[in-house]
Design a protein around this ligand. Structure first.
Ligand code: PMP
Length: 422
């Protein structure tokens, strides 16, 4: 059987960078990717025969653990009935009903195929509903790879954006306004400078793409109030936080009522799914009920719906508080191990998510997250991986635990960390 090195060499000839999504290439930590052949629970096995305890969990979806029997069984049963129908099926209705039941702010949903599609479509809806074009997002916030969201601040002009990648016309991101996470005054300023032009504020209610950054006291409720004051929609991007920080997502945990919610990852149980939903008055604008067009050949795919439904039903039986407590214990111990090696460490944690930033902290936004020491992190990553612990290959990603992680997994992780030399 080909090993990871061999597969990566071949992959690089036919896939840009050898991968289908950039971070997987492990470039920022100076490693080559591991090719995985099998997963179960908290573990993965590579083409090289190595067993690893996984803290990436497919970048969030596998909260129940990899290859959960109930999810596998549901998906296999579904696939036997056919991979795709192109007509409605019962599981779409059941999953939509369950999402609306569990998420406090959601009356209706539309299924799509990725988180990117969810946020892109929610933005279109917000623009249509408000008749405005601009959108506020936050530095270090990630909402998928559609043009409008790929903006970074340009030349110190706080209210203007330049594209974060070639291929995005400047005009496409000119309406993307950037503020810092946890900076309400900055958001107010953007609203005041763009009167009656902002359609929506898009926020990760716990930021997960600059590492884990928690909403400060009053941040999310302040955004809600500002959106109400200036007539914009508040859109929670719960692609990571949905069903993870609480069964009812961040909106339940923090008691905030967003207008629209974007979901993905967990609701597909590992299959390609995204979804956006919200209050009926907004969602009824979506075609064919309303006039805002959005469609998808494979949207509501029966296999993905079955897997998502099985996942959510299993999650309803799980003890979130217990996993949160165990995750905090693990992360706290990891922090003290790294500190004992003379490193500055800031731990940000919520539920089954944590990031150890190698910096003094506090880490409350992208600039403070950016002070973390990437070089030392790269050494940590490589040694942990060699010892059989798969952490995310970037200091700006979260570690995820799952309901399948055992105390033995955590002990192995701590032992690996103790042995790391930095
Ligand atoms: N929003 C958030 C908060 C995400 O973390 C991601 C992906 N990591 C996306 C949107 C995009 O989702 P996808 O990769 O499924 O397109």
């Amino acid at each position: 059987m080909p090993d990871s090195k061999n597969l990566f060499e071949r992959a690089c000839r036919v896939l840009p960078g050898g991968v289908n999504s950039p971070v997987r290439a492990c470039r920022s930590v100076g490693c080559d990717p591991l090719f995985v052949t099998k997963t179960a629970g908290s573990k993965m096995w590579t083409a090289d025969g190595q067993e690893l305890v996984d803290y990436i969990m497919s970048w969030g979806p596998m909260l129940l653990g990899h290859a959960h029997p109930a999810v596998e069984e549901a998906a296999v049963r579904a696939v036997r009935a056919g991979a795709s129908f192109g007509t409605p099926c019962e599981d779409e209705v059941l999953l939509a009903e369950l999402l609306c039941e569990i998420l406090p702010s959601v009356d209706m949903v539309r299924m799509v195929n990725s988180g990117t599609e969810a946020t892109m479509s929610a933005l279109r809806l917000a623009r249509a509903y408000t008749g405005r074009d601009k959108v506020i997002k936050f530095h270090g916030g990630y909402h998928g790879h559609s043009d409008c969201f790929l903006a970074s601040a340009g030349s110190g002009m706080a209210t203007l954006s330049i594209p974060g990648t070639p291929g995005v016309p400047e005009t496409f991101v000119a309406g993307t306004l950037l503020a810092h996470y946890n900076d309400l005054a900055g958001v107010r300023q953007l609203f005041e400078e763009n009167p009656e032009e902002v359609a929506a504020v898009f926020v990760e209610p716990v930021a997960g793409n600059m590492g884990c950054v928690l909403p400060g006291e009053g941040w999310l409720s302040g955004l809600r109030a500002l959106c109400d004051e200036f007539g914009a929609l508040l859109v929670f991007d719960e692609v990571i936080t949905g069903f993870r920080v609480d069964l009812g997502g961040a909106q339940k945990r923090f008691g905030i009522d967003p207008d629209l919610t974007c979901l993905g990852k967990i609701i597909g149980g590992g299959f390609p799914v995204g979804c956006y939903g919200g209050k009926r008055k907004f969602m009824e604008r979506i075609a064919p009920c309303g006039d805002v067009y959005q469609a998808g050949t494979l949207s509501g795919n029966p296999v993905a719906m079955a897997a998502g439904l099985a996942t959510l039903r299993e999650l309803q039986k799980q003890d979130y508080a217990a996993l949160e407590k165990r995750t905090l214990e693990l992360a706290t111990e990891l922090k003290s191990i790294l500190e004992s090696k003379g490193l500055p460490v800031t731990l940000n944690h919520v539920a089954s998510i944590f990031t150890l930033f190698l910096t003094e902290g506090p880490v409350t936004d992208f600039p403070s997250a950016s002070t973390a020491d990437g070089e030392t992190f790269a050494k940590y990553y490589a040694q942990m991986r060699a010892a059989g612990v798969n952490v995310a290959p970037s200091g700006f990603e979260c570690s995820f635990t799952s309901f399948a992680h055992t105390d033995e997994d955590f002990e192995k992780t701590l032992e690996a960390a103790r042995a790391v030399s930095l």
